[in-house]
Every structure is written in structure tokens, then in C-alpha cells.
Design a protein around this ligand. Structure first.
Ligand code: FAD
Length: 307
């Protein structure tokens, strides 16, 4: 019940100011965000890599309002790519980007986002790694997939994300299941209308399994983005039955969530990639994590009560 309220709050400037200023917020944010600086994120990369986990880094930010902010996002990712090149980790550390932070929603935003993200994908290739385009609300999907198609002409390993809560996603999975395609399947984290998305969690889960089957049966590289033990077990079973080797798919989970499970999967020989968000603009990301799970919200409320 609270989920939709929190997802609406994720887009409210007033609530953003109040939550961001509350002194108790910081320690709770730290559970889900690796830190504010590039150095913080690199420390998290080293610690996770040392434990056999791979990573994808997200410089936090979304929904910007002018083109200069888009350039700041691009520059932050260029600095990240340079740092990753110096660490020489290859695809053990890749990058995730939100095109809204590259200007996608501004006038002429499709071309602006494409131009800005192209420099980042070039820098990633230079660093020996890849970029995955996160998926945001449903109004952005066509533009994001069109940008993906353009990027893949020069950088075929650029990754995409599809969200099982959208009615369209099974078709998108068929279109994206070809040779060389890297696709992260998630359930979806935004508040979407009933005209475009399943509202019932059970329907979203069933759609996730249908999409998993398409991606696992395809020729691409499925990236299973879920903390749900049932989805993880079904993915393992489908990969096994389809004869996929451990380096022909991977699991992905968010920083700070189900860490013991992340390490358990690695110890079983699976490839596990942790999504590491870092930066100062953590509000939207943080609110989506609270909305996802009562236990995350309870953790936040307990920290308020124990002050
Ligand atoms: P849920 O359906 O939320 O939970 C199912 C079960 O999983 C729970 O009952 C519980 O058993 C277990 N579980 C879940 N969370 C926890 C927890 N904190 N602790 C213990 N157990 C837990 N969404 C987008 O819209 N766009 C993106 O680009 C995107 N990228 C993502 C990248 C990664 C790597 C991941 C993991 C998620 C991403 N998401 C993205 C978020 C995603 O859409 C879901 O909102 C989020 O993952 C919650 O769904 P779930 O499948 O993990 O499990």
C-alpha cells in the first residue's frame, strides 16, 4: 500500500528537501549507496572484486532540468571510465547509466542524450569495459531502445534493461534475444499506470518468468537482476536445462541487498554483479528502495525511532 505513495514522493521536490535534510537519513542511505565520491565507489569496487563479485557502477542522478547538468553527468562518467582504465579491471567493473541524467527528457533530448552517452560508451570501450542503459519510466522506453540500437552498431556489447511489469516487455525480449545482446531483466521500479503495466505483483512475477524463458532460450547474454529467491532458482534451472555455461549469463543484485546470497551464488560458481550507486543525488534511488520492500522502510523508520 505504501509503495505507490513512496514512489510518488520520489518525484516530489518538497519531500526531497525534507528527507535529504533529516539527520537520520544519512546512515540509512549508506546502506544502499556506496558513498558520495569516485574514491568511495572505487573502494567499494575493490572490496567486492576481492570477494569474487563483479560490479556495475551508477553515478547517481536523474531527471535533470538543463543541458549543462547533462554535461556534468557525462563528465562524471568520463572520470569514472578513466579511473576504471587505471584499475584495469576490464568487464569486472562496468557502468550503468540513466539517460534522463544525460538530457533525454529535455527538448531535443533524444539526440542530446545519444551524443552525451556516446562519449561515455567510447570511453568505456577504451577502458576495456561496457555500459548498460538502465530503464526508467515507460515514456522513455522507445527512445532508450532506439539509442541502444544506435550504440550497438559501433559497440555491440552495450547492455539494455527490460522491466517485466510492462505489457510490451515480452516482445522487447524477443527483439533483444539475438547474438551478442546483453539484457538485464528486472521487475521494474517505477509507478506505472494500469494501461501499460501489470499492477498485481503475482502477474509481474509470472511475466518475469516468461521473459526469462525467452532470454535464456535466445542467443544473447541474460543478466538476471532480482533479489527474489524464486526468480534466482528458476533462472538457474533454465540456464542448466538450456546448457548455458556459467560465463553465458549472470546474476545481478543491488549494493547492500542480500549480500550473503550474493556471496553464496559466487561460491557456487555463478557470476554475480553488484550494482553500486554512488554520488550526492541519491534521493530518487533511495526512495525506490524504500518503496520496494516493507523491511527497507521499517529499517528507515526504526532509525528515526531510536534517535
Ligand atoms: P521483489 O519482488 O521486490 O521481492 C521478491 C522477494 O525477494 C522478496 O519477497 C524477498 O524474498 C526477496 N528480497 C527482495 N528484496 C530483499 C531485501 N532487501 N532483503 C532480503 N530479501 C529481499 N528497475 C528499473 O525499473 N530499472 C532498472 O534499470 C533497474 N536496474 C536494476 C539493476 C539491478 C542490478 C537490480 C537488482 C534491480 C534493478 N532495478 C531496476 C530494480 C528492480 O526493477 C526491482 O524494483 C527490484 O530489484 C526489486 O525486485 P526484486 O526482483 O529484487 O524482488
Amino acid at each position: 500500500m505504501l509503495g505507490p505513495v513512496l514512489l510518488a514522493a520520489a518525484r516530489s521536490d518538497g519531500i526531497r528537501r525534507a528527507v535529504s535534510a533529516a539527520p537520520v537519513t544519512r546512515p540509512v542511505v549508506d546502506r544502499f549507496v556506496a558513498g558520495e565520491t569516485l574514491d568511495d565507489s572505487l573502494a567499494a569496487v575493490r572490496s567486492l572484486n576481492a570477494r569474487g563479485l563483479e560490479v556495475t557502477l551508477d553515478h547517481l542522478g536523474e531527471d535533470i532540468t538543463d543541458a549543462s547538468e547533462a554535461l556534468r553527468t557525462r563528465d562524471a562518467y568520463l572520470a569514472l571510465a578513466e579511473a576504471l582504465e587505471a584499475e584495469d579491471l576490464g568487464v569486472r567493473a562496468e557502468m550503468s547509466v540513466k539517460l534522463s541524467a544525460f538530457g533525454q527528457a529535455l527538448p531535443g533530448g533524444h539526440d542530446l542524450a545519444l551524443a552525451n552517452v556516446t562519449s561515455v560508451v567510447e570511453a568505456a570501450a577504451q577502458a576495456g569495459t561496457t555500459v548498460t542503459l538502465d530503464m526508467e519510466d515507460h515514456t522513455t522506453v522507445d527512445s532508450t531502445l532506439a539509442i541502444l540500437a544506435e550504440l550497438r552498431e559501433r559497440f555491440p556489447r552495450t547492455g539494455a534493461v527490460v522491466q517485466s511489469y510492462l505489457f510490451r516487455t515480452e516482445d522487447d525480449c524477443h527483439a533483444l534475444a539475438g547474438e551478442g545482446s546483453r539484457v538485464r531483466l528486472v521487475k521494474g521500479a517505477y509507478k506505472e499506470p494500469a494501461t501499460v503495466a501489470f499492477q498485481d505483483k503475482h502477474e509481474v512475477d509470472k511475466a518475469y518468468v516468461r521473459c526469462l524463458k525467452i532470454l535464456m532460450a535466445g542467443k544473447g547474454y541474460p543478466m538476471v537482476g532480482s533479489h527474489d529467491p524464486r526468480m534466482v532458482a528458476i533462472a538457474q534451472d533454465l540456464a542448466h536445462r538450456g546448457g548455458r555455461k556459467p560465463d553465458e549469463y549472470e546474476f545481478q543484485m543491488l549494493f547492500g541487498i542480500r549480500e550473503a546470497e550474493q556471496e553464496r551464488l559466487v561460491s557456487q560458481g555463478h557470476r554475480m554483479r553488484v550494482y553500486i550507486p554512488y554520488g550526492t543525488d541519491w534521493y530518487g534511488y533511495f526512495m525506490r528502495r524504500l518503496a520496494e520492500r516493507p523491511a527497507n522502510l521499517a529499517f528507515f523508520l526504526r532509525s528515526l525511532a531510536t534517535r
